[in-house]
Ligand binder design. Structure first.
Ligand code: WTA
Length: 664
């Protein structure tokens, strides 16, 4: 950050406390989709309110007669006797309404000049051929398909083609390793994998297909065929099970009549980190999920179909990409930008160039990106005309007030409201957020549940409270349409993880929260062993087990330490096996070993999980019952005075660790 750009944290805190707030600009409020009466309507009749949204935003082949069915908690059903097809809602109906020529996706590849405009009619043609191609491979209702693709339009086409067939997709983020991909394919028993030769990252082609080959080389696999999109044209090893996507689509019949599925038919599985080492397959169904994705995209992102150019910068491999690139905006028929690459390729103004070129009106991104741009300096966005922007959004982690104000001033021209949206893979869609035409914004707070959603904050005993500044646990108190329907193949784990901490009345989100004096909710980060690195969820247990799977490692403890740019950073403490200790002691070996361990984690999980630091230690701080005291390790990792050590089995351990730290 540069001098003079922003006020200091301290001044800022004062300003915030003095009520630095932003009422909705009157011209924005006058045209906003989200209006104040929605809160009253939802409060008066929760189930009826959602039924109305389901009818407003979606086209049903068989209308439903029932809204929420909560007769078997915590397993909700929404609109259960209705039938619809998600792909028809996102694509066909816009073409049928005469909007086929409207651009659905302005695709911007990372190499400059590599752009493509895809209309709704183009999408329609593609999803039909892709559905037929998948059907030709034997994919039908209930079969799962894994998707491992870069940020290219084919990713959306592949997802929608699966939805068209009633085949749940499991998208795996392209940054995950072969090992991570293998376990996800295996858990979901995918029949087909859709991948690409590679994608463009940081100015060069980056291969993807080898990871699929390695993932399937484990022997026994449910996968019968691999469809490969040709994106980079790089050399690609070829197996009997592989088929080129473009050839399969060319061969497939051009038209496909979509069938309607029951509202509760599974739409997708998406794996996310939990408190244990094994990722959870969160699964979502069709009618409720689509209702809330479209509704929130309309009332929170305020998309107007005929005038907006919307851009969500997330990757399709995360839930944000599912709900706010594919299902929400396409169901609403809007025009959006999709960008393949990194923000600094070929220059640090690439995003702002895109905003200027396409006259983007709504931008939805993550705080970690905003903080990176702050570091790069205000002169970079200042070179571009970004006057088209009228709304900004934030998601993935708390946005600190300083980053909020920078975003507001230097990206939003001091004009555009910012919606700080809290939600999770499990919630499927936005839950807590301002409505930009209604709410007076308070930087740093996600403020309050949107109309139709109910949340509370509980104390340690599970009692709700509203006392300002008291810290507690965020819970959701009523079922919502886009809630997860479970963990794939593990209903018990679903109950245990989300519906037992405070009894079966409350969905436990895993986030700490507090109210301020105005009753606004502030999210305070995870209270469990889940870290948030650049808005990506990583579990400490998963990284620990990756480290321990290395032959030289005996034991490992991982903590998330505060980081100015990424929110949190992975810090590992590792005890070596006896035979490796000697080796590491020899001159220079220690550094190589740390590098080796970092690479090992990248191989096991993916580069995003690489620890920022790894400290080789001889002991870990443990309680008498053998539980690792991560709190103390976090103190060390954040360079703080170490807190209360009285519950340690051996209190000298921390001295040893600190001495080791000083030597580094
Ligand atoms: C965090 C991403 C504060 C939170 C959509 C949550 C946030 C986890 C916000 C879910 C926000 C997300 N303010 N924290 N606006 N948005 N989080 O499943 O800890 O990748 O539990 O979903 O991100 O991460 P997930």
């Amino acid at each position: 950050m540069r001098k003079g750009d922003t006020v200091s944290e301290e001044t800022l805190d004062n300003l915030v406390h003095e009520g630095l707030t932003f009422p909705p600009p009157p011209d924005f409020a006058a045209q906003a989709n989200g209006t104040a009466d929605l809160y009253d309507k939802a409060a008066a009749d929760h189930d009826g309110f959602w039924a109305e949204q389901a009818r407003t935003y979606l086209t049903w082949s068989t209308p439903f007669t029932q809204s929420l069915d909560w007769s078997n908690p915590p397993f909700a059903k929404w609109f259960a006797d209705g039938e619809l097809n998600a792909c028809v809602n996102a694509v066909d109906r816009h073409v049928e309404a005469g909007r086929g020529d409207k651009v659905a996706i302005h695709f911007v590849g990372e190499p400059e000049g590599d752009t493509r405009d895809i209309t709704y009619a183009d999408l329609h043609a593609d999803v039909q051929r892709a559905a037929n191609a998948l059907a030709d491979l034997g994919v039908g209702k209930g079969d799962t398909v894994a998707i491992y693709l870069p940020m290219i339009p084919e990713a959306a086409v592949a997802m929608l083609a699966c939805a068209r067939l009633g085949a749940p997709h499991s998208v795996v983020f392209g940054g995950f390793s072969a090992e991570a991909l293998h376990s996800r394919i295996d858990d979901a028993k995918a029949k087909v994998v859709i991948t690409a030769d590679g994608g463009y990252r940081r100015g060069a082609p980056s291969a993807l297909k080898p990871a699929v080959d390695a993932a399937l080389d484990h022997g026994d696999t449910s996968v019968e065929k691999v469809l490969v999109v040709r994106r980079t044209g790089q050399d690609t090893a070829w197996n009997d099970r592989d088929l080129w996507w473009h050839e399969a689509l060319e061969k497939a019949a051009p038209t496909h009549e979509a069938q309607a599925f029951e509202a509760e038919h599974p739409l997708f599985i998406l794996y996310t980190s939990g408190t244990t080492g094994k990722p959870k397959g969160i699964f979502h169904t069709t009618g409720g999920y689509l209702t809330q994705a479209a509704y929130t995209n309309a009332v929170v992102h305020d998309v107007h179909r005929d005038t907006d150019v919307y851009w969500c910068t997330a990757d399709i491999g995360w839930v944000t990409g599912h709900s706010y690139i594919v299902y929400g905006p396409l169901t609403n028929g809007v025009t959006q930008v999709m960008y393949e690459g990194t923000p600094d390729t070929p220059h640090q103004g690439r995003w702002w160039q895109i905003v200027q070129d396409y006259k983007v009106t709504i931008l939805y991104t993550a705080p970690t990106a905003v903080r990176t741009f702050m570091k790069w300096g205000t002169d970079i966005p200042a070179k571009f005309d970004m006057s088209s922007l009228r709304l900004l959004g934030s998601v993935g982690e708390p946005i600190n007030p300083e980053a909020w104000l920078w975003y507001h001033k230097h990206i939003g021209g001091g004009r555009a409201p910012i919606v700080d949206t809290w939600w999770q893979t499990e919630t499927g869609a936005i839950m807590i957020s301002p409505l930009p035409g209604v709410t007076t914004l308070e930087p740093g707070s996600a403020q309050k549940p949107i109309p139709g959603i109910s949340a509370e904050i509980l104390d340690d005993e599970g009692k709700p409270f509203t006392t300002p500044e008291q810290v507690g646990y965020l819970v959701l108190t009523k079922p919502w349409p886009s809630m997860l329907r479970g963990i794939w193949g593990d209903p018990e784990r679903y109950k245990e993880t989300y519906w037992s901490r405070f009894g079966e009345k409350y969905y436990f989100a895993g986030d700490g929260a507090k109210y301020d004096a105005d009753g606004n909710i502030w999210l305070l980060g995870r209270v469990d062993d889940v870290m948030n690195v650049s808005g990506h969820r990583l579990s400490t247990a998963e990284i620990e087990s990756a480290l321990v799977s290395h032959p030289k490692v005996a034991e490992a403890a991982v903590v998330g330490a505060n980081d100015d740019t990424t929110g949190q950073a992975v810090c590992a403490f590792v005890i070596l096996r006896q035979e490796a200790v000697g080796e590491a002691d020899e001159a220079g070996e220690g550094k190589d070993l740390v590098q080796e361990l970092r690479n090992h984690v990248a191989k096991e999980i993916g580069p995003i999980a690489k620890p920022r630091s790894i400290m080789i230690v001889s002991e870990l701080p443990k309680t008498r019952s053998g539980k690792i005291m991560r709190r103390l390790l976090r103190d060390v990792a954040e360079g703080r005075e170490v807190g209360d050590v009285t519950t340690l089995a051996d209190s000298s351990v921390m001295d040893l660790i600190k001495t080791g730290m000083a030597k580094d």
